[in-house]
Design a protein around this ligand. Structure first.
Ligand SMILES: Nc1ncnc2c1ncn2[C@@H]1O[C@H](COP(=O)(O)OP(=O)(O)OP(=O)(O)O)[C@@H](O)[C@H]1O
Ligand SMILES: [Mg+2]
Length: 366
Protein backbone atom coordinates (compact mmCIF):
# COMPACT_ATOMS: atom_id res chain seq x y z
CA UNK A 1 0.00 0.00 0.00
CA UNK A 2 1.36 3.45 -0.92
CA UNK A 3 2.20 5.69 2.01
CA UNK A 4 -0.70 8.09 2.53
CA UNK A 5 1.28 10.87 4.16
CA UNK A 6 3.44 13.48 2.53
CA UNK A 7 5.80 16.15 3.76
CA UNK A 8 8.42 18.38 2.24
CA UNK A 9 6.28 19.27 -0.76
CA UNK A 10 3.09 21.30 -0.90
CA UNK A 11 0.16 19.36 0.51
CA UNK A 12 -2.40 19.06 -2.27
CA UNK A 13 -5.25 16.73 -3.24
CA UNK A 14 -5.79 13.87 -0.81
CA UNK A 15 -2.83 15.01 1.33
CA UNK A 16 -4.55 18.28 2.18
CA UNK A 17 -6.96 18.51 5.09
CA UNK A 18 -9.21 21.08 6.74
CA UNK A 19 -8.60 24.84 6.30
CA UNK A 20 -12.15 25.36 5.05
CA UNK A 21 -12.62 28.67 6.83
CA UNK A 22 -9.23 29.95 5.76
CA UNK A 23 -9.95 28.99 2.14
CA UNK A 24 -13.24 30.88 2.21
CA UNK A 25 -11.56 33.88 3.80
CA UNK A 26 -8.80 34.04 1.17
CA UNK A 27 -11.35 33.68 -1.62
CA UNK A 28 -13.24 36.64 -0.23
CA UNK A 29 -10.12 38.75 -0.40
CA UNK A 30 -9.45 37.65 -3.94
CA UNK A 31 -12.99 38.58 -4.94
CA UNK A 32 -12.29 42.11 -3.80
CA UNK A 33 -9.70 44.71 -4.76
CA UNK A 34 -7.69 43.97 -1.63
CA UNK A 35 -4.30 42.44 -1.04
CA UNK A 36 -3.57 39.90 1.66
CA UNK A 37 -0.66 38.96 3.92
CA UNK A 38 -0.52 35.52 5.53
CA UNK A 39 1.84 34.86 8.43
CA UNK A 40 2.60 31.68 10.35
CA UNK A 41 5.62 29.91 11.79
CA UNK A 42 7.52 27.75 9.31
CA UNK A 43 5.80 24.79 7.70
CA UNK A 44 2.32 25.43 8.97
CA UNK A 45 0.92 25.17 5.46
CA UNK A 46 0.77 28.71 4.05
CA UNK A 47 2.00 27.81 0.58
CA UNK A 48 -0.14 24.66 0.41
CA UNK A 49 -3.24 26.60 1.41
CA UNK A 50 -2.74 29.44 -1.05
CA UNK A 51 -1.79 27.08 -3.89
CA UNK A 52 -4.99 25.11 -3.31
CA UNK A 53 -6.98 28.31 -3.20
CA UNK A 54 -5.66 29.81 -6.44
CA UNK A 55 -5.95 26.46 -8.21
CA UNK A 56 -9.58 26.15 -7.13
CA UNK A 57 -10.43 29.68 -8.20
CA UNK A 58 -8.99 29.01 -11.63
CA UNK A 59 -7.77 32.55 -12.25
CA UNK A 60 -4.26 33.10 -13.64
CA UNK A 61 -1.62 33.41 -10.95
CA UNK A 62 2.07 34.30 -10.86
CA UNK A 63 3.98 32.66 -8.03
CA UNK A 64 7.45 33.70 -6.94
CA UNK A 65 9.41 32.17 -4.07
CA UNK A 66 11.61 35.05 -3.00
CA UNK A 67 14.04 32.85 -1.07
CA UNK A 68 16.02 32.34 -4.25
CA UNK A 69 16.34 36.00 -5.26
CA UNK A 70 19.71 37.43 -4.34
CA UNK A 71 19.45 40.95 -5.79
CA UNK A 72 16.88 43.32 -7.21
CA UNK A 73 17.91 42.21 -10.71
CA UNK A 74 17.46 38.52 -9.94
CA UNK A 75 14.11 39.20 -8.23
CA UNK A 76 12.96 40.99 -11.38
CA UNK A 77 14.10 38.33 -13.86
CA UNK A 78 12.69 35.55 -11.69
CA UNK A 79 9.37 37.36 -11.52
CA UNK A 80 9.41 37.65 -15.28
CA UNK A 81 10.09 33.94 -15.53
CA UNK A 82 7.20 33.24 -13.18
CA UNK A 83 4.98 35.26 -15.52
CA UNK A 84 6.11 33.04 -18.37
CA UNK A 85 4.97 29.99 -16.44
CA UNK A 86 1.44 31.35 -16.68
CA UNK A 87 1.28 33.11 -20.06
CA UNK A 88 2.66 31.83 -23.38
CA UNK A 89 5.85 33.39 -24.76
CA UNK A 90 3.95 34.55 -27.85
CA UNK A 91 1.74 36.72 -25.67
CA UNK A 92 4.68 38.04 -23.68
CA UNK A 93 6.81 38.89 -26.71
CA UNK A 94 4.30 41.48 -27.71
CA UNK A 95 4.39 43.10 -24.25
CA UNK A 96 8.17 42.86 -23.86
CA UNK A 97 8.58 45.08 -26.94
CA UNK A 98 7.21 47.96 -24.89
CA UNK A 99 9.84 47.59 -22.17
CA UNK A 100 12.22 50.55 -21.89
CA UNK A 101 15.14 48.13 -21.67
CA UNK A 102 14.84 44.99 -23.74
CA UNK A 103 15.66 41.92 -21.64
CA UNK A 104 17.53 39.08 -23.33
CA UNK A 105 15.69 35.77 -23.41
CA UNK A 106 17.82 32.65 -23.80
CA UNK A 107 15.99 29.49 -24.72
CA UNK A 108 17.21 26.15 -23.40
CA UNK A 109 15.90 23.44 -25.73
CA UNK A 110 16.79 20.63 -23.31
CA UNK A 111 14.75 21.98 -20.41
CA UNK A 112 12.30 23.81 -22.70
CA UNK A 113 12.88 26.86 -20.58
CA UNK A 114 13.73 30.56 -20.94
CA UNK A 115 16.31 32.44 -18.91
CA UNK A 116 15.92 36.23 -18.80
CA UNK A 117 18.74 38.68 -18.32
CA UNK A 118 19.76 42.29 -18.69
CA UNK A 119 22.78 44.42 -17.91
CA UNK A 120 22.35 45.18 -14.20
CA UNK A 121 23.00 48.63 -12.75
CA UNK A 122 21.09 50.69 -10.19
CA UNK A 123 19.22 52.58 -12.93
CA UNK A 124 18.44 49.60 -15.17
CA UNK A 125 17.38 47.48 -12.17
CA UNK A 126 14.75 50.01 -11.18
CA UNK A 127 13.49 50.55 -14.72
CA UNK A 128 13.22 46.82 -15.26
CA UNK A 129 11.42 46.32 -11.95
CA UNK A 130 8.88 48.98 -12.88
CA UNK A 131 8.33 47.46 -16.30
CA UNK A 132 7.88 43.91 -15.01
CA UNK A 133 5.39 45.04 -12.36
CA UNK A 134 3.68 47.14 -15.03
CA UNK A 135 3.45 44.00 -17.15
CA UNK A 136 1.58 42.23 -14.35
CA UNK A 137 -1.09 44.90 -14.40
CA UNK A 138 -1.31 44.83 -18.21
CA UNK A 139 -1.85 41.08 -18.23
CA UNK A 140 -4.62 41.30 -15.66
CA UNK A 141 -8.10 41.71 -17.10
CA UNK A 142 -11.46 42.09 -15.29
CA UNK A 143 -12.48 38.65 -16.58
CA UNK A 144 -9.15 37.03 -15.73
CA UNK A 145 -7.93 39.05 -12.80
CA UNK A 146 -4.33 38.16 -12.01
CA UNK A 147 -3.21 36.93 -8.59
CA UNK A 148 0.44 37.55 -7.71
CA UNK A 149 1.82 35.44 -4.86
CA UNK A 150 5.09 36.58 -3.33
CA UNK A 151 6.14 33.66 -1.13
CA UNK A 152 8.78 34.04 1.62
CA UNK A 153 8.25 37.79 1.41
CA UNK A 154 10.24 38.38 4.62
CA UNK A 155 13.31 38.14 2.36
CA UNK A 156 12.45 41.48 0.73
CA UNK A 157 14.93 43.43 2.84
CA UNK A 158 17.73 40.91 2.47
CA UNK A 159 17.41 41.06 -1.31
CA UNK A 160 17.90 44.81 -1.53
CA UNK A 161 17.51 47.45 1.14
CA UNK A 162 15.30 49.63 -1.07
CA UNK A 163 13.21 46.90 -2.64
CA UNK A 164 10.28 47.23 -0.22
CA UNK A 165 10.02 50.99 -0.85
CA UNK A 166 10.18 50.55 -4.60
CA UNK A 167 7.68 47.69 -4.68
CA UNK A 168 5.25 49.60 -2.54
CA UNK A 169 5.47 52.79 -4.56
CA UNK A 170 4.63 50.88 -7.74
CA UNK A 171 2.03 48.52 -6.25
CA UNK A 172 0.02 51.27 -4.59
CA UNK A 173 -0.63 52.83 -8.00
CA UNK A 174 -1.91 49.56 -9.44
CA UNK A 175 -5.45 48.26 -9.55
CA UNK A 176 -7.27 45.27 -10.95
CA UNK A 177 -5.01 42.56 -9.51
CA UNK A 178 -4.44 40.95 -6.11
CA UNK A 179 -1.16 40.50 -4.33
CA UNK A 180 -0.70 37.82 -1.68
CA UNK A 181 2.35 38.03 0.56
CA UNK A 182 3.41 34.93 2.49
CA UNK A 183 5.98 34.90 5.23
CA UNK A 184 7.22 32.72 8.02
CA UNK A 185 9.41 34.93 10.16
CA UNK A 186 6.75 36.55 12.22
CA UNK A 187 8.97 39.30 13.66
CA UNK A 188 10.20 40.32 10.25
CA UNK A 189 6.75 40.15 8.63
CA UNK A 190 5.18 42.25 11.38
CA UNK A 191 8.02 44.72 10.98
CA UNK A 192 7.16 44.99 7.28
CA UNK A 193 3.37 45.10 7.50
CA UNK A 194 2.56 46.44 10.97
CA UNK A 195 5.20 49.07 11.68
CA UNK A 196 3.92 52.52 10.91
CA UNK A 197 7.12 53.68 9.24
CA UNK A 198 7.40 50.68 6.97
CA UNK A 199 6.43 51.20 3.30
CA UNK A 200 4.07 48.19 3.46
CA UNK A 201 2.32 49.34 6.63
CA UNK A 202 -1.27 48.00 6.47
CA UNK A 203 -0.98 47.38 2.74
CA UNK A 204 -3.72 44.74 2.83
CA UNK A 205 -5.49 42.36 5.17
CA UNK A 206 -3.46 40.32 7.61
CA UNK A 207 -4.23 36.67 8.30
CA UNK A 208 -2.51 34.43 10.81
CA UNK A 209 -2.48 30.75 10.04
CA UNK A 210 -2.65 28.37 12.99
CA UNK A 211 -1.98 24.68 13.31
CA UNK A 212 -4.62 22.25 12.06
CA UNK A 213 -7.23 21.63 14.81
CA UNK A 214 -6.77 18.40 16.79
CA UNK A 215 -10.06 16.71 15.82
CA UNK A 216 -9.54 17.32 12.10
CA UNK A 217 -5.98 16.07 12.18
CA UNK A 218 -6.92 13.08 14.35
CA UNK A 219 -9.45 11.95 11.77
CA UNK A 220 -7.03 12.57 8.89
CA UNK A 221 -4.22 10.51 10.49
CA UNK A 222 -6.52 7.73 11.73
CA UNK A 223 -8.06 7.19 8.29
CA UNK A 224 -4.68 6.99 6.56
CA UNK A 225 -2.60 4.78 8.86
CA UNK A 226 -2.27 1.20 7.62
CA UNK A 227 -4.50 -1.42 9.24
CA UNK A 228 -3.20 -2.27 12.70
CA UNK A 229 -5.05 -3.14 15.93
CA UNK A 230 -4.17 -0.01 17.98
CA UNK A 231 -4.61 2.74 15.41
CA UNK A 232 -6.40 5.11 17.80
CA UNK A 233 -3.52 4.91 20.29
CA UNK A 234 -0.94 5.45 17.57
CA UNK A 235 -2.80 8.46 16.23
CA UNK A 236 -2.96 10.02 19.68
CA UNK A 237 0.75 9.38 20.24
CA UNK A 238 1.66 10.93 16.88
CA UNK A 239 -0.34 14.09 17.59
CA UNK A 240 0.96 14.32 21.12
CA UNK A 241 4.56 14.22 19.83
CA UNK A 242 3.96 16.69 16.99
CA UNK A 243 1.49 18.95 18.85
CA UNK A 244 -0.56 19.05 15.62
CA UNK A 245 2.21 20.82 13.72
CA UNK A 246 1.21 20.12 10.07
CA UNK A 247 4.66 19.22 8.75
CA UNK A 248 5.94 17.19 11.73
CA UNK A 249 2.63 15.34 12.03
CA UNK A 250 2.83 14.24 8.40
CA UNK A 251 6.52 13.39 8.78
CA UNK A 252 5.96 11.18 11.83
CA UNK A 253 2.79 9.58 10.43
CA UNK A 254 4.73 8.80 7.22
CA UNK A 255 7.46 7.05 9.22
CA UNK A 256 4.96 5.21 11.45
CA UNK A 257 3.24 3.87 8.30
CA UNK A 258 6.61 2.66 7.02
CA UNK A 259 7.38 0.93 10.31
CA UNK A 260 4.06 -0.92 10.16
CA UNK A 261 4.05 -1.74 6.46
CA UNK A 262 7.70 -2.29 5.61
CA UNK A 263 9.43 -3.18 8.89
CA UNK A 264 6.40 -5.01 10.29
CA UNK A 265 6.98 -3.42 13.71
CA UNK A 266 4.15 -4.07 16.15
CA UNK A 267 5.36 -2.73 19.49
CA UNK A 268 6.22 0.88 20.32
CA UNK A 269 5.73 1.81 16.68
CA UNK A 270 5.79 5.57 17.30
CA UNK A 271 8.99 5.26 19.36
CA UNK A 272 10.62 3.22 16.58
CA UNK A 273 9.51 5.76 13.98
CA UNK A 274 11.00 8.62 16.01
CA UNK A 275 14.30 6.74 16.43
CA UNK A 276 14.43 5.97 12.70
CA UNK A 277 13.88 9.66 11.90
CA UNK A 278 16.59 10.72 14.36
CA UNK A 279 19.05 8.28 12.79
CA UNK A 280 18.25 9.59 9.32
CA UNK A 281 18.78 13.21 10.39
CA UNK A 282 21.66 12.73 12.83
CA UNK A 283 24.17 14.48 10.59
CA UNK A 284 21.80 17.40 9.86
CA UNK A 285 21.21 17.95 13.57
CA UNK A 286 24.94 17.65 14.30
CA UNK A 287 25.63 20.36 11.70
CA UNK A 288 22.83 22.54 13.01
CA UNK A 289 24.13 22.16 16.58
CA UNK A 290 27.59 23.34 15.52
CA UNK A 291 26.15 26.64 14.28
CA UNK A 292 25.09 27.84 17.78
CA UNK A 293 27.21 29.68 20.32
CA UNK A 294 27.47 28.28 23.87
CA UNK A 295 24.75 30.51 25.31
CA UNK A 296 22.30 29.40 22.65
CA UNK A 297 23.33 25.77 23.10
CA UNK A 298 22.58 26.09 26.78
CA UNK A 299 19.17 27.63 26.08
CA UNK A 300 18.34 24.84 23.63
CA UNK A 301 19.34 22.13 26.10
CA UNK A 302 17.11 23.66 28.75
CA UNK A 303 14.18 23.86 26.38
CA UNK A 304 14.67 20.22 25.38
CA UNK A 305 14.39 19.32 29.10
CA UNK A 306 11.18 21.38 29.33
CA UNK A 307 12.85 23.86 31.67
CA UNK A 308 12.02 27.55 31.50
CA UNK A 309 15.28 29.30 30.51
CA UNK A 310 14.23 32.72 31.82
CA UNK A 311 13.93 31.39 35.36
CA UNK A 312 17.49 30.02 35.42
CA UNK A 313 19.40 31.91 38.11
CA UNK A 314 22.86 30.95 36.80
CA UNK A 315 22.54 33.01 33.64
CA UNK A 316 21.59 36.69 33.50
CA UNK A 317 18.01 37.14 32.29
CA UNK A 318 19.11 39.65 29.64
CA UNK A 319 21.61 37.14 28.20
CA UNK A 320 18.95 34.42 28.05
CA UNK A 321 16.45 36.83 26.60
CA UNK A 322 18.81 37.84 23.77
CA UNK A 323 19.54 34.18 23.17
CA UNK A 324 15.82 33.35 22.90
CA UNK A 325 15.32 36.31 20.57
CA UNK A 326 18.14 35.10 18.35
CA UNK A 327 16.82 31.55 18.30
CA UNK A 328 13.30 32.72 17.48
CA UNK A 329 14.65 34.86 14.63
CA UNK A 330 16.46 31.81 13.28
CA UNK A 331 13.24 29.78 13.51
CA UNK A 332 14.68 27.17 15.91
CA UNK A 333 12.53 28.31 18.83
CA UNK A 334 8.90 29.38 18.66
CA UNK A 335 6.87 31.26 21.18
CA UNK A 336 3.26 30.27 21.58
CA UNK A 337 2.08 29.94 25.19
CA UNK A 338 5.70 29.53 26.18
CA UNK A 339 9.07 29.14 24.49
CA UNK A 340 9.55 25.78 22.79
CA UNK A 341 11.78 24.10 20.25
CA UNK A 342 10.22 24.36 16.82
CA UNK A 343 11.21 20.87 15.69
CA UNK A 344 10.07 18.06 18.04
CA UNK A 345 12.60 15.68 16.42
CA UNK A 346 15.46 18.08 17.19
CA UNK A 347 14.12 18.31 20.75
CA UNK A 348 14.23 14.50 20.97
CA UNK A 349 17.72 14.43 19.45
CA UNK A 350 18.95 16.86 22.12
CA UNK A 351 17.35 14.75 24.86
CA UNK A 352 19.02 11.66 23.48
CA UNK A 353 22.42 13.35 23.47
CA UNK A 354 21.98 14.19 27.16
CA UNK A 355 21.12 10.64 28.14
CA UNK A 356 24.16 9.07 29.74
CA UNK A 357 25.48 5.98 28.08
CA UNK A 358 24.56 2.99 30.22
CA UNK A 359 26.95 0.11 30.39
CA UNK A 360 25.20 -3.21 30.27
CA UNK A 361 25.31 -4.96 33.64
CA UNK A 362 28.15 -7.43 33.74
CA UNK A 363 26.88 -10.88 34.54
CA UNK A 364 28.91 -12.64 37.15
CA UNK A 365 29.15 -16.29 36.43
CA UNK A 366 30.01 -18.23 39.52
N1 LIG B 1 -3.82 21.43 4.90
C1 LIG B 1 -2.88 20.53 5.17
N2 LIG B 1 -3.22 19.24 5.41
C2 LIG B 1 -2.29 18.33 5.70
N3 LIG B 1 -0.97 18.59 5.77
C3 LIG B 1 -0.57 19.85 5.54
C4 LIG B 1 -1.48 20.88 5.23
N4 LIG B 1 -0.80 22.01 5.04
C5 LIG B 1 0.49 21.70 5.22
N5 LIG B 1 0.65 20.41 5.53
C6 LIG B 1 1.94 19.72 5.82
O1 LIG B 1 2.88 20.71 6.16
C7 LIG B 1 3.96 20.75 5.22
C8 LIG B 1 4.40 22.17 5.00
O2 LIG B 1 3.45 22.85 4.21
P1 LIG B 1 3.81 24.19 3.42
O3 LIG B 1 5.09 24.04 2.71
O4 LIG B 1 2.60 24.58 2.68
O5 LIG B 1 4.01 25.18 4.67
P2 LIG B 1 4.57 26.67 4.67
O6 LIG B 1 3.91 27.34 5.83
O7 LIG B 1 4.42 27.28 3.36
O8 LIG B 1 6.11 26.39 5.00
P3 LIG B 1 7.38 27.40 4.85
O9 LIG B 1 7.29 28.28 6.05
O10 LIG B 1 8.57 26.47 4.93
O11 LIG B 1 7.24 28.11 3.58
C9 LIG B 1 3.45 20.02 3.99
O12 LIG B 1 4.51 19.39 3.29
C10 LIG B 1 2.49 18.99 4.60
O13 LIG B 1 3.21 17.86 5.05
MG1 LIG C 1 5.89 28.11 2.08
Amino acid sequence: MANKFSYGTLAQGEFFTDRKEELAQIKQYLDSENHLTIISPRRYGKSSLVRKCVEEIGRPYVWLDMQYSTSKASFTTQLLKAVLAQYPMERLKHELRHFRILPTATYNAVTNDYQFGFQPSEATDTTMLEDVLGLLQKLSTPKNKLIVVLDEFQEVRNIDKNLDKQLRSIMQMQSGLNYIFLGSQEGMMLEIFERKKSPFYHFGGLMRLNKIPYDEFYQFVLERLPATPNKEELTKDILSFSSCHPYYTQQLAFEVSNQIEINRIQEDVVGEAIQATLRAHDLDYERLWETFNNTDKNTLLQLSRNEKPLTNRDVATSTTFSSLKRLIKGGVVVRTEDYALEDPFFREWLKLKQTPFRRRPVLKIS
